[in-house]
Design a protein around this ligand. Structure first.
Ligand code: FAD
Ligand code: N01
Length: 544
């Protein structure tokens, strides 16, 4: 099947594809590999002009991955593991994009990817059990199955600050950074937002900007990455250990295979706790804080020990006590927002050219021609404003498409009060429709590659099994979905994540219903549940 053949066929309604995949990030690329291996006709529709997803779109200075390069990669292709050599412990965006391009070259993926194609709507034809997908420019494809690889963090959150159109300087966003380099030398710059993106970009801009204003509403907790170049010996060791490490990660709670002490943070002495926390701090693996003690994410007293420890670390770095105090979060439990990884973030506040603007004390009123006006009437005058204000996570990309299932059901309406899925993989009323690392699956709370590979393989097996049995329609039952939604919600309530505001619970986007979006039951138990469903003949699916 060539691109031209399938496109013309689909457009004339004569040649429906077996599968259309939406998105050419890690999820979509591997989905295409698997569909080809099954001998299916498959196309990927991708809004960008290149593969890579997150790592194509996001290119702001300082962007790096917070998972080690030797783990943040595919395992499905042994030769790829062998031949690719990572240069640093934590990879830059540029290196990850190169890796994505290499995978596309190696598997000759581009011939079945329609780039510059944003899917605007999708409709399920109940008479033929086929999906029709329509791009923004009106081109159409039809297919039996659709794999939604649209990304958990691919849709920027709508801007909720007034006045950007009045600003006479340069307005940039971390989510859509210019492709040509931007020179900040001699410029006064304000960064709005102090999540992972804001922290990384601020650290980098502090090196060249004449004046940098870091505008913070809610502080993050960030740890030093201890990044370093990898030696040949490091790479050989990582390759040697890769299979075993990945196997451990697959069965672990966090998808990273990090060890737990099995102890409560409340049962150990202060000395032991401090020694353990120091060791994790030195390791550059922040997520180890969440798994080391069993109760950090369940018990507020246990959690406060971590917050206090990390708060002390900040005070030891930042010289001005008021600034240090403002950088320590108090409004949410530690670890219920993503812990960040940095290379010298807190240190920038000791530089003369950097100032913290505490928006909790003095919120943004609006953007004006010369900069950012605060509620007390003062104006932060700048030449450049960088928005690092985040994403409409997990549901944003799916709800951006007008998706119509059986009986005219609209996904947007079905999810009005929060996502409704079976296993975070399928949706009742939307047959032959599968979401990769979508809401109510472990997704963003894991090593994404571990979760992506599990989802893609599971969906591929479901499609294969259904096609072999002659089923043309595969749909999650209403009951199975309801049970999963209730289970995911009840589990979410047990964790401290539900107590604070963050994109994990949707509270960052105005009007978004509050619900714990990722599945908190752990990667290993989740995988076991999916395997159980498959072994029971895809229990909870109605296949006809
Ligand atoms: P994506 O990479 O988001 O790919 C989705 C693709 O779908 C995109 O190319 C998009 O253009 C396309 N698409 C979406 N909607 C449509 C449509 N309607 N029509 C056509 N195409 C569409 N994870 C980590 O584990 N560690 C990190 O350090 C880390 N850093 C991150 C940094 C940033 C700035 C962001 C935004 C995310 C980060 N993540 C990180 C999460 C990251 O998104 C995942 O690790 C992973 O890259 C997701 O891959 P994906 O293929 O599922 O989705
Ligand atoms: O987005 P965020 P992000 N006025 O939502 C602030 C991954 N990632 O792009 O919390 C003022 O975390 C907002 O403040 P508040 C990673 O999973 C990884 O940084 O709403 N401020 C917050 O400080 C991450 O978690 C890497 O009070 C406003 C910030 O903007 C996820 O992507 C790098 C505001 C948004 O933080 C998202 O990270 C980058 C307003 N109106 C991303 N609106 C890694 O390296 C928002 N804010 C690993």
């Amino acid at each position: 099947y060539t691109k031209q053949h399938t496109q013309q066929g689909a457009q004339h309604g004569t040649q429906p594809l077996d599968v259309v995949i939406v998105g050419a990030g890690w999820s979509g690329m591997m989905s295409l590999v698997r569909m080809r291996e099954q001998g299916r006709s498959a196309m990927v529709l991708e809004a960008a002009p290149e593969v890579g997803g997150t790592w194509y779109w996001n290119r702001y200075p300082g962007l790096r991955c917070d998972i080690e390069s030797t783990q943040y990669c595919y395992s499905f292709d042994d030769k790829l593991v062998d031949e690719w050599n990572w240069s640093e412990r934590f990879p830059t965006q540029a290196e990850l994009l190169e890796y994505a391009k290499h995978v596309a070259d190696r598997h000759e993926l581009r011939r079945d990817i329609e780039f510059n194609t944003r899917v605007a709507s999708m409709t399920f034809d109940e008479a033929r059990d086929l999906w029709t997908l329509t791009a923004e420019d009106g081109r159409r494809w039809s297919a039996r199955h659709v794999i939604m690889a649209t990304g958990p963090l691919s849709t920027p959150k709508p801007l909720d600050i007034a006045g950007t159109e009045d600003f006479q300087g340069q307005l940039l966003s971390t989510t859509d950074w210019p492709h040509e380099p931007v020179d900040f030398t001699g410029k006064r710059v304000a960064v709005i937002g102090t999540g992972s993106s804001g922290i990384q970009v601020s650290t980098e801009l502090a090196k060249s900007a004449a004046k940098l204003f870091v505008c913070q509403r809610t502080p993050s907790l960030s740890l030093p990455a201890f990044n370093r170049p990898l030696s040949d010996a490091d790479r050989s060791k990582a390759k040697q250990d890769f299979a075993e490490h990945r196997e451990r990660a697959r069965d672990s709670i966090d998808g990273l295979g990090l060890a737990t002490s099995g102890k409560s943070a409340l049962e150990v002495s202060d000395e032991e706790l401090r020694a353990d926390y120091d060791a994790i701090y030195e390791s550059g693996i922040p997520f180890a804080y969440l798994s080391h003690y069993t109760d950090t994410l369940f018990d507020m007293d246990a959690n406060t020990k971590l917050r206090d420890y990390l708060g002390d670390r900040i005070s030891q770095i930042v010289k001005d006590p008021d600034t240090a105090a403002a950088l320590v979060p108090t409004s949410y439990p530690a670890g219920t927002r993503r812990l960040c990884l940095d290379t010298g973030f807190y240190e920038i506040f000791n530089q003369d050219n950097v100032a913290l603007v505490d928006l909790k004390r003095n919120p943004i009123d609006r953007i004006v021609d010369s900069g950012i006006r605060l509620e007390d009437g003062s104006v932060v005058d700048v030449d450049v404003i960088v928005l690092a204000t985040g994403y409409d996570a997990l549901t944003g990309a799916l709800k951006a498409i007008n998706i119509q299932g059986v009986g005219g059901r609209q996904l947007r309406e079905e999810w009005e009060s929060g996502p409704q899925t079976y296993l975070g993989l399928a949706v009742h009323g939307f047959p032959n429709f599968y979401t990769i690392v979508g809401p109510q699956s472990p997704s963003v709370l894991s090593n994404m590659f571990v979760s992506i590979e599990q989802h893609v393989d599971w969906v591929a097996a479901l499609i294969d099994d259904s096609e072999a049995a002659g089923f043309t329609r595969v749909e999650a039952s209403a009951r199975a979905q309801q049970e999963w939604v209730t289970h995911a919600r009840d589990l979410g309530e047990l964790f401290l994540h539900s107590k604070g505001d963050s994109w994990y619970v949707g509270s960052n986007v105005e009007g978004k219903p509050r619900s714990v979006l990722p599945y908190l039951g752990g990667v290993g138990p989740y995988r076991a549940k999916c395997d159980e469903v498959a072994a029971a003949g895809y229990e909870g699916f109605v296949r006809t």
